[in-house]
Design a binder for this molecule. Sequence first.
Ligand SMILES: [Zn+2]
Length: 348
Amino acid sequence: MPASPFPRCSVGACDELAISFSPFCWEHTPRENYSAHLKTKLPTLISEPTPLNLKKVECEGLDFSQLDLKNSSFSQAHLSDCRFVGTALSQSDMIGITLKSCDFVGADMQDVNLTRAKVSNCTFSYSDLRRACLSDAHLREADLMGTMLYDANLWNIELVGVKHLKKKNFVDAESDPRDRRISLYEKDSLVACESYRTLKHYLHEKGLYDDAGWAAYRELTMERKFYFETRNPRYMLSLFMDILSGYTQMPSRVIVSSLVLIFAFAFAYFIFNVPTAYSGYAPNTHVHVASFWDCLYFSFITFTTVGYGDFIPRAVPLLRILVCMEAFSGPFMAGLYIFTLTRRYAVS
Ligand SMILES: [Zn+2]
């Protein structure tokens, strides 16, 4: 561990570090005057970066706005009605912090550790929480309008009455505008999968179906990544469902894969000379060599289960099995298309 910039508490037997502007830790600091003392000290910090140690400190009504407090410690602190407008707080330790009615508008909170934080009625509008850790955090009535949350860890987060959280919050502002990176923390695939699931439920509840579809797609992509890492055979099924329909989120993929299937079967029919023109009562007496266009037409008619009967498969069992496979895949793909459309657009 790197050496702490904060001195030890002056009480001999105490292992804690001294809080800022006091020779003692919070347990040993006379509490009556501390908040007022801190209030007088804060304006003196405006000129230079000063990491603060406010571990376990309870205070209210303080104004930390525009200060540079990078690498500070607020762990287990209880802050209410405090202002952090435009405050630099990046890489600060806020593990287990309790925040009530605090204002973080425009604060730089990159890489902040908010694990197990309890946040109620706070605003984080236009603050930068990229790569922040919010695992096990409870967010109640928080305003996340324009909050940057790219690569943030939302594992096991509780979102109650949270406002303005959307897919847009997870855009990486530094990525190329033509190829925007949009994601939350994905290094641990299982954590990411769970986090996307929470986000999906939140977005769906808010009626943001497009955004919820994105979260659902990412959730299953992360699940597939986990299958890959653990060599689970379900990986192949997951990959197949992604290609076929984008995990039932992308109707266009169903259309494309249907066309690919029709062409693939047409090629197989062409190679094995499967279709033969039906000629009255003795269909197989002369061997008609079908052109590729005949095969494509035959494939389309089989896929859609129309079966006009102008072309029929040659009476060879293996070829009939091949044709049956296509006839089965047609209604399956049609069903999948309807399901995907419903999932994607139905208001439920
Ligand atoms: Zn102490």
